[in-house]
Write a protein that binds this ligand. Structure first.
Ligand SMILES: Nc1nc2c(ncn2[C@@H]2O[C@H](COP(=O)(O)OP(=O)(O)OP(=O)(O)O)[C@@H](O)[C@H]2O)c(=O)[nH]1
Ligand SMILES: [Mg+2]
Length: 406
């Protein structure tokens, strides 16, 4: 079946079916033991083919033993440069075959979230009228499934209007619920299109500790280099040596240069130097990693503002994107993270990670309803191919435990 993909140029994949696929993480991926593809597999992935094959996450232990970046920058294996540099926003909307198993993976990942909704609906609407009591119970169910009070009310109000007094089957309720949820999600399902004409498109990545910032940067770098762009990465988390090493390893694996500074270097100064370097070297995208910060640490939060101000001294419209990375397993806490980060920086979009295995996937609906910020992509695992375009229909159907539409 053909789906509209938000990103991944997967045509080459479709054209070269004989090429071995990278090992897919098993459903409900085992976080502790990601499998690493061989180096030549990565090289293959970076050539003419646009196959999306990139590495599992470098583990902490691996990071500790990795060779330290000895200089100010680490230029890893570069991808052969694209013959012509695209000047318009990179269009990632292409009709391609959706990788098989992705819906299954999303559905399996959201199983814990959907189990609650699904069994709740089953017991609520077994041969029952859609009356006030049933609607109240449905609203409660949606709230406990992390959709938030506002989205829950909106959905139930629509149900009331459409079906009040009717006998409804469990299936009908699920289908209608999925449709309502998809309606809420659709406006925020906006792809992130790097625009190489900015030379470079500067992407600042922010979020609380452990939300998946560094991994997401690696995933984006892998994706965009597979599309012929030249990403450059900045290890803006200068506090932790392991963080620099983690990004350096990802740089080597994805063939993207990584700009690092000395330990405890000023993150804003590093970002400024990296931007100068990226402009000089013709990078298309500059992905700036930042230290994970708890939103109650005022000094660290203020540092984000400084990074932005310093970048603007050199490039007035930078950063072109500010991505807030949210861990779905934090549930409703993600909402307060958005509020606080928005006070410090102009968040332009969200990436929600760890949707594989989160029982709180419903929070994506609450985020959409509350902020209306673009959800550019979702993370459903630790490997590079586990960053996926956010598909509102598939997400909604997975969340209520329905199968793919076809
Ligand atoms: N299962 C799963 N794990 C993920 C996902 N994204 C990231 N992770 C894992 O979450 C952990 C933290 O990811 P990082 O990318 O290091 O997070 P970070 O935000 O950079 O963390 P700090 O730099 O410490 O603030 C790692 O073990 C990642 O492999 C995802 O979508 N699914
Ligand atoms: Mg990090």
């Amino acid at each position: 079946m053909v789906f509209k993909r938000l990103f991944s140029r997967g045509k080459a994949e479709a054209e070269s079916p004989a090429e071995p696929r990278p090992a897919q993480a098993a459903e409900g991926a085992d976080e502790a033991a990601p499998s690493l593809p061989a180096a030549d597999e990565l090289v293959q992935a970076k050539g003419a083919t646009t196959r999306f094959a990139v590495p599992a996450s470098p583990s902490q232990a691996e990071a500790e033993h990795a060779p330290r970046a000895s200089t100010q920058d680490t230029v890893a294996r570069r991808q052969p440069e694209a013959e012509t540099k695209p000047s318009a926003p990179h269009d990632m909307h292409e009709e391609v075959d959706r990788p098989r198993g992705f819906f299954a993976r999303l559905k399996a990942g959201l199983a814990r979230s959907s189990a609650k909704i699904s069994s709740g609906i089953a017991s609520l609407f077994r041969d029952r009228l859609m009356d006030d009591a049933a609607l109240d119970e449905l609203e409660e169910l949606l709230i406990t499934a992390d959709l938030g009070t506002s989205a829950a009310k909106r959905i139930v109000d629509r149900f009331r209007l459409a079906r009040f007094g009717a006998h409804v089957s469990e299936r009908e309720v699920k289908e209608a619920l999925a449709a309502e949820i998809a309606d809420i999600l659709r406006p925020v399902a906006v792809p992130l299109l790097p625009n190489p004409a900015y030379a470079p498109h500067v992407v600042l990545v922010v979020g609380v500790n452990g939300s998946g910032k560094t991994t997401t940067i690696a995933k984006l770098a892998a994706l965009w280099s597979s599309q012929g762009l030249k990403p450059m990465l900045v290890a803006g988390d200068t506090f932790r040596a392991a963080a620099v090493e983690q990004l350096t390893i990802w740089g080597e694996r994805t063939g993207c240069p990584v700009i690092t500074g000395p330990p405890n270097a000023d993150a804003a100064g590093l970002a400024f130097d990296a931007l100068a370097r990226a402009r000089k070297e013709g990078a298309d995208v500059l992905l700036i990693d930042t230290a994970g910060r708890l939103h109650n640490k005022a000094d660290l939060m203020a540092e984000l503002g400084k990074i932005v101000r310093v970048l603007r001294k050199q490039m007035a419209d930078a950063p072109h994107s500010v991505l807030l990375v949210l861990d779905a397993t934090t549930g409703q806490n993600a909402l307060s993270q958005v509020k606080v980060f928005r006070e410090m920086v102009e968040v332009s979009g969200l990436i929600v990670t760890k949707l594989d295995g989160s029982a709180k996937g419903g929070v994506v609906v609450a985020l959409a309803e509350t902020f209306g910020l673009p959800v550019h992509a979702v993370g459903v695992g630790e490997k590079a191919e586990d960053l996926r375009p956010f598909d509102p229909d598939e997400f909604a159907r997975s969340l209520v435990g329905l199968d793919s539409m076809g």
